[in-house]
Ligand binder design. Structure first.
Ligand code: WTA
Length: 633
């Protein structure tokens, strides 16, 4: 990427200006010179935000795995592609060179083919962070099947919804998953999901924990039984630039998750370019992102971004607290990790444990630190900078979304200075603006507004699977001719952006997006519950935690029991990540005259900002506010 390497602020400004002044020329050259194509495009970008129609590199042909694997096998076959660090530090780690990884991916691809999977079919992947997860994702891409990875902490209900929505034909799972000292029986969760699924599935099972399990005849297959008889070569399917590469579900403000669709070429180009420059990856570096591949961060910055650059990327199966809270730092030292990318919630959780867990850590190898997923507070930023980076590692606070495919706003080490709590500047090609409530652009400095993006970038999602109308409505109808992010932001007088948080009904808990509607739907299924409203409130470690206000149909004698039952329901319907920290029973919820719940008031009460409730006189039932205040937890 020589001409495109961002190695000074001057170069950044030069590239930024050319990418915004002549985007077609810019991306045309960058894509031509740095990737392997079977056929070139007829048009670089074609877009109409009104109809949410966007295409990049139209008519081009390629396979992303050729760019992630084959081309590196030709140049540097022995280079380590993936290092796998198991949950248990006493279990031996594994490394896969680029040539070994290609063989594993081809074998998995041939297994999928032998089970009848074809180009365009959807494959649901419900696996722990084991190498087979990477093989499965890449195997789908190899044969043109569309992967839909579901985070293996989601419940059977949530899994079933996602399976049915994309009408997959195969699920790849494992017998179990190691999480610290616990074992989660994933196959059982899949079995339960299939009881309620409307679509017919085959199941491919990877053995990891050797839990006992039932294998259903002609539905369930063990990978071990199939893998030895397949060929280790699999020719890549030649894909159109705009063929879907994957679907990844994210929460929305209505009950149903949104299956964001990403396509082959633009996603590849943008994740590759951002990875190389934002992490300043050098050929011998070892890079570690602690996310799960079940989230977009894992897709873009554990797999596709690093591998398309021929990087060494680390996959960790376990949790930061096992066997104790020094685990992350032990791993950094063990592999001499150079770039470390994690979430603010993990940083806060580790900081709280005190510095004892750091006393044996050298951390000398680290060059760049990163964060993603939610705003990072100043205290956590300082702790990260002092204790992990030893004040010598730039911190990239990377702002982006499942929908954006790659990082849109971030500092760049030694190019764009970091600034605590600010994501800072737009990446090459990104044109962020702030909008006021009436849709006008805010041009002044030191102002807060809704964050929108003016021009498409290569890895923007193309649609919501099966529901293009919802895609248009959610992202392109709020403001004319712009992509609306759902986030608020502040811009300082140097043009640095600080993300202030969601402005819709999505709450970010421990870095995970949770829509309030599906949680409320789950609670409302409880036979005693009449109505409920969920809001977020500040939490030391999770960033936000959930507070539920619940009205009941009849008297509740045992509040403790009902609280437990409500959280069990949520766990079942969505997953343990969506459980409520606080549940307050109340005789009513504050409503507008049109019957809308005034969440603004509930949010203030949950955050204990009792004096700042605003005008409540227009409410249908203003008297309820006092009751809720008096009984708040
Ligand atoms: C939030 C994760 C502040 C934001 C890649 C966004 C952030 C949502 C940051 C997307 C950051 C992500 N600073 N907020 N650096 N990064 N967010 O889809 O609200 O899981 O809209 O993608 O996380 O979450 P998602």
């Amino acid at each position: 990427m020589n001409n495109y390497t961002i190695d000074s602020n001057k170069k950044y400004l030069e590239l930024y200006n050319s990418s915004t002044q002549s985007p077609e020329k810019f991306w045309d050259k960058l894509a031509s010179n740095n990737f392997v194509w079977n056929k070139k495009w007829s048009k670089v970008v074609d877009w109409d935000f009104k109809k949410a129609k966007i295409s990049w590199f139209k008519d081009a042909k390629l396979n992303i795995t050729v760019n992630c694997l084959d081309r590196h096998v030709i140049k540097n076959p022995q280079k380590t592609a993936i290092i796998f660090e198991p949950n248990n530090p006493n279990e031996k780690h594994k490394s896969y060179s680029y040539s070994e990884l290609l063989v594993e991916v081809c074998k998995m691809a041939n297994v999928l083919k032998s089970m009848g999977v074809k180009k365009g079919d959807r494959v649901c992947i419900y696996l722990p962070m084991i190498p087979e997860l990477a093989f499965s994702v890449l195997a789908c891409a190899r044969i043109g099947a569309i992967h839909s990875v579901v985070f293996a902490g989601f419940s059977s209900n949530a899994l079933a919804t996602r399976i049915d929505d994309c009408e997959s034909s195969l699920i790849i799972t494992s017998d179990g998953s190691y999480r610290g000292d616990k074992i989660l029986n994933l196959k059982q969760i899949v079995d339960d999901a299939l009881e309620i699924c409307e679509t017919k599935q085959k199941v491919l099972v990877v053995k990891r924990t050797n839990e006992s399990m039932n294998l259903k005849h002609e539905r369930d297959y063990l990978l071990n039984d199939l893998i030895d008889s397949v060929n280790d070569v699999c020719e890549p399917e030649i894909m159109d630039a705009e063929d879907p590469l994957f679907i990844l579900y994210t929460s929305g403000s209505t009950g149903k998750p949104k299956g964001m669709v990403h396509t082959c070429a633009g996603y590849m180009v943008y994740t590759s370019y951002t990875f190389k420059n934002i992490f300043q990856y050098q050929p011998e570096d070892v890079y570690w992102c602690t996310a799960d591949i079940g989230w977009i961060t894992g897709h873009s910055y554990i797999l596709y971004g690093p591998l398309s650059n021929g990087a060494t990327t680390l996959m960790f199966e376990g949790v930061p607290s096992y066997p104790d809270f020094s685990r992350f730092w032990q791993i950094v030292d063990k592999y001499k990790v150079n770039q470390f990318y994690t979430a603010p919630t993990a940083i806060r959780g580790l900081a709280k444990q005190g510095d004892d867990f750091l006393k044996d850590a050298s951390l000398k190898s680290l060059k760049v630190l990163g964060t993603v997923g939610e705003p990072i507070n100043e205290e956590a930023w300082e702790w990260y900078d002092n204790n992990i980076g030893k004040n010598k590692c730039p911190i990239v606070d990377t702002w982006w979304q499942t929908e954006t495919g790659g990082i849109l706003i971030s500092s760049i080490p030694n190019v764009i200075p970091d600034k605590p709590t600010f994501a800072t500047k737009p990446f090459i090609g990104i044109q962020p603006i702030l909008i006021d409530d009436s849709g006008d652009e805010l041009n002044e400095a030191n102002i807060v507004g809704k964050l929108c993006i003016k021009y498409p970038w290569p890895s923007i999602a193309r649609t919501i699977w099966g529901n293009h109308e919802r895609y248009i409505n959610t992202y392109f109808s709020a403001y004319d001719n712009m992509y609306f992010t759902g986030d608020g932001a502040f811009k300082d007088d140097e043009g640095n952006f600080r993300i202030t948080g969601r402005v819709d009904d999505v709450i970010i808990v421990s870095g995970h997006n949770l829509g309030t509607a599906p949680i409320e739907d789950a609670i409302n299924e409880h036979k005693k519950v009449a109505e409920s409203a969920i809001v977020g409130f500040p939490h030391d470690i999770k960033g936000n935690a959930l507070y539920g206000f619940v009205t009941s149909k009849d008297e509740i004698n045992d509040e403790k029991l009902i609280r437990k039952e409500i959280n069990n329901l949520i766990s079942n319907k969505i997953g343990p990540i969506a459980k409520l920290d606080k549940i307050q029973f109340t005789s009513g919820l504050p409503k507008t005259r049109s019957g809308k719940i005034m969440r603004r008031i509930l949010r203030k009460i949950a955050s204990k900002q009792y004096d700042d409730l605003g005008d409540i006189s227009t409410l249908l039932n203003p008297e309820i506010v006092q009751e809720i205040k008096d009984n708040s937890i």
